[in-house]
Design a protein around this ligand. Structure first.
Ligand code: AKG
Ligand code: FE2
Length: 193
């Protein structure tokens, strides 16, 4: 299947289910699962500081403030530097950071949010690569009652740009289905403060 536009008003979203072939995607999943220094980030949601219900690792050239916590970046592993180069060539944008998330099972999740930190600029280009178990990604309009679900499969690429973060929230809800681990990589460009 080829890349397709996902039609959401006020958003710019592209999905390519076959961005990475299954074998290389599996090798990348294994290398990251075993090689990244996974951490349980502390996040602040509605004024309460909690352990995030997933593991994460912030990699990049610059520090980044996310959900009230400042993250010092880890260096780029070779495998991720190669993915970054390919994305930059195909999407004509620069990425200096990637947030890796590990959803260990169906209980691990990410609540509705926007990637709208000022350091990302007004219309950020965010490239999201998914590896491992398929999880359902949900969009919800900030105004009105629009929603959309999208299954993010092994090796897929989701690209959000334009007004997507301004007009839509997104989440990875928990699932009661028995699912294996999933890794998601969101490549971003963090501007200097
Ligand atoms: O896991 C995903 O697909 C989404 C990750 C995400 O939205 C984020 O890291 O901000
Ligand atoms: Fe996000």
């Amino acid at each position: 299947m080829a890349a397709m536009a996902i039609h959401l008003p006020g958003a710019d979203v592209m999905f390519d289910p076959d961005w990475l072939e299954a074998g290389p995607a599996r090798a990348l999943f294994d290398a990251l699962r075993d090689g990244l220094p996974w951490e349980r980030h502390r996040i602040t949601v509605y004024g309460r500081t909690l352990d995030a219900p997933r593991l994460s690792c912030w990699i990049g050239d610059v520090a980044y403030k996310y959900s009230g916590t400042l993250f010092e970046p880890h260096p780029w592993p070779a495998a991720l530097a190669r993915v970054r180069e390919r994305l930059e060539g195909e999407l004509h944008g620069g990425f200096n950071s990637v947030l890796a998330n590990l959803y260990r099972d169906g209980g691990d999740r990410l609540g509705f949010h926007r990637d709208s930190e000022p350091e990302l600029g007004p219309e950020p280009l965010i490239a999201s690569v998914s590896l491992g178990a398929t999880r359902r990604f949900r969009f919800r309009a900030r105004a009105g009652d629009g929603t959309l679900g999208l299954d993010l499969t092994h090796g897929s690429l989701l690209v959000m740009s334009g007004g997507t973060q301004r007009n839509w929230l997104h989440a990875v809800p928990p699932t009661a289905r028995a699912v294996g681990p999933r890794i998601n990589l969101t490549f971003r460009r963090v501007l200097p403060r």
